[in-house]
Design a protein around this ligand. Sequence first.
Ligand code: CP3
Length: 364
Amino acid sequence: MSPESRTPEPRVASASDAALSHDPRDSDLVRAARCLPTSRTPVWFMRQAGRSLPEYHEARKDIPMLQACRTPDLVAEITLQPVRRHGVDGAVLFSDIVVPLAAAGVEVDIVPGVGPVVEHPVRSRADVDRLPELTPDLVSDIDEAVRILVGELGATPLIGFAGAPFTLASYLIEGGPSRNHERTKAMMHGDPDTWNALCAKLARIAGAFLRVQSQAGASVVQLFDSWVGALSLRDYQRYVLPHSAAALAAVADLDIPRIHFGVGSGELLAAMGEAGAEVVGVDFRTPLDVASERLGGRYAVQGNLDPALCFAPWEAIEPEVDRVLTEGKAAPGHIFNLGHGVLPTTDPGVLTRIVERVHQRTTH
Ligand code: CP3
């Protein structure tokens, strides 16, 4: 346990190899992802860059979400805000899972309070065939944003990401957010050829997007399959896993750790690891020690404090942070995170305290 006086500044030198290096590939985040020893447990938050921060609202002003995601200086500024404020161990690129679709030419918008809305939902084989491919030149602004960020971040790693084929397919087929994914499942089972053609295309788009970010200097990538918990293990293995595996394989040769995350995915954890990840993200429903057992102890885990707990008094939050840290010790590597994204009305001060607690409890 460390002295209480330790400064929370993330890039402070310590006696460990990790902190002495200025290469983000030697950071605690990357080392934990590779199941190597760390100077302390690294922590970041899904959706840390965004609506819980007043400085985010100030920076975004009246700029529409997708336009903001395509403006490199603004992307860099918003990405850096939570690193400055909370002292997290990783920066997640400010972007969205539909950015590569929009860049390729799909008519999609992000409606505040709703989420992605697709102008012409994909319902037939002809619709799938009309979907464009993503080439790197279409996201040169993302490449630029990542390069700016890598220069600014120094030893702090940048996490790139993409949406997984199933979650993207659900938005495209349903036309927007969906509770039951009924049209998606109807296509999956009723017209598997069209389903597979759609997901193969989405895997190429997601893979190309991950590759652009990785080659521009991201040190870690995360594949978000947010809505995959809607599937049985059987359907996941048959209709989804091969496509997620193809997306993850697009960066397999680049030697950067891959995190694979889904919500409500307790039954799917082992399969999500098998898809080709080094780290499996675990939502708040499955304790990390149970998750690691289901993963055969072969993967680092990421998670998994319930994001709604950030609204409880600190006296109630602190023991839950400690519990997650204790359960995370059962895995060969642990990256502390929430069990899903930061909720928009979260008090940012609570997130800062969580980072301090994780660091203080785990510094060797
Ligand atoms: O994690 C981060 O801080 C990086 C930025 C990020 C955003 N979206 C910014 C964003 C990331 C990683 C995402 C991923 C994303 N987008 C996912 C997967 C993660 C998850 O939460 O499961 C999904 C499913 C989406 C689709 C999406 N985009 C939704 C459901 C919404 C919310 C709509 C709403 O207003 O309630 C968005 C919009 C969005 N993406 C915002 C941000 C900051 C809000 C935009 C705003 O400020 O109005």
